[in-house]
Design a protein around this ligand. Sequence first.
Ligand code: PEP
Length: 259
Amino acid sequence: GYVRTPLIAGNWKMNMDHVQGITLLQKLAWTLQDAKHDFERVEVAVLPPFTDLRGVQTLVNGDKLPVRYGAQDLSEHDSGAYTGEISGQFLAKLGCSYVLVGHSERRALHSEGAELLQGKIQAALRHGLVPIVCVGEPLEVRRSGEHVSYTVDQLRETLKGLSAEQVAGLVVAYEPVWAIGTGEVASEQDAQEMCAALREFVAQEFSSEAAEGLRLLYGGSVKAANAATILGQTDVDGVLVGGASLDAAEFANIVRFEH
Ligand code: PEP
């Protein structure tokens, strides 16, 4: 068995309306059930658009699918005059397990910074959602050779104010910006180097229990063809998959990386 249960999470981004989303999830579940996938051994989660979540909940509950799901963002507030925002309590009520916090597209396109992200992590934890906290360096930082200190600093800023117990339950996704949606995948050595450094930082800053409990994912152009080598690294506990999660057969093959 694994020290930490591997998590294979699919970020659908702004793809799949609620009808398409149900079809995709149904296909994924059938494929995995036909293959007798052990969902206890390797956990599967999908992160659809907000408007799909009620349909996903109905399908998962109705068919008793062992698939977890979550959202791609949440508000730092719980309710009130925040037009267009979505509360963590609404997500919890829909049966969400996870929520992405600080995906690079939100950091870049919506100027989400550390202080806001700290609030979003707190909001997720208030409602029993597990935040999947995303960090990672842009291309120029990778080229400068400063990628490890850059990404560790980004995580330090984002996790400010959390207790060691809270950090132990988190998921952190290392997603180098240059590898997201580009077809350019980090090498398994790159993924391992960063995940080991992030875990070491958590051990120093929080506790060894937090470092042992925390699950670290790699994300950036993961496909069935490269998933097994990346997931074979000691400090990589899962993958966050964008593009390849929109194809049920491809995503199922990532989930079945051991085969
Ligand atoms: C992502 O959006 O988190 C991601 C990793 O995308 P892709 O797999 O398409 O690179």
